[in-house]
Design a protein around this ligand. Sequence first.
Ligand code: SAH
Ligand code: MG
Length: 209
Amino acid sequence: MKTAQTLSKFILDNSIKGFLAEDEACYLMSLVEQHYPLGAVLEIGSYCGKSTVYIGEACKALGATLFSVDHHRGSEEHQYGEAYHDTQLYDEQLSKMDSLPAFRRTLHLADLDSTVIPIIATSSNLAPHWTTPLSLVFVDGGHSYEAALHDCTVWSKKLVKGGVLAVHDLFELPEDGGQAPFDAFNAVYNEGGWEKLSQVNSLGALRKL
Ligand code: SAH
Ligand code: MG
């Protein structure tokens, strides 16, 4: 199996846009390796496919499937005029963000078309229809408190026993970043029935007991 380092070279070579640090990518891959084959894997927040390539590569080696969910219209911070807006991902005719073409391109370049199933949907629209047991959920979608709390609480209930909820952008201190994912992660942990796994950089994980 490719290591995260060789994958990272691949990502740099192909300029896959995204928001995931190298140590977080390695940790995500190891979480998949340790907690499969309990069920399928699902991520919320595909964007251009950076996290998808790492999780997907780990899934591919195990014969697992990754469902990658995104409405591809961007989060608040990606919208026109906001801090993380990318003009290359903007459909001027529609005045809307569209990361889907870049995401599809990434999947093709990474040879993951048979491993990753893209789902173009808002996480809260999809959730009520979702019945497939999951071994790992990676939450990296909307950063409003409402979105983060929804994604952590609702999707964590779809995990099998022993499954892992991994959440990105956990910042203990407000000066380091927004608090919504951190608060949502802790809300799930405080429900009880979870073992807290290591946190690597801003990526935290809980294992369902
Ligand atoms: N995981 C990516 C980064 C994700 S950025 C990486 O490794 O680079 C966050 C993504 O979440 C954006 O693409 C945005 O469109 C998506 N998103 C935000 N809110 C969402 C929601 N409610 N449902 C589905 N996707 C959402
Ligand atoms: Mg993130």
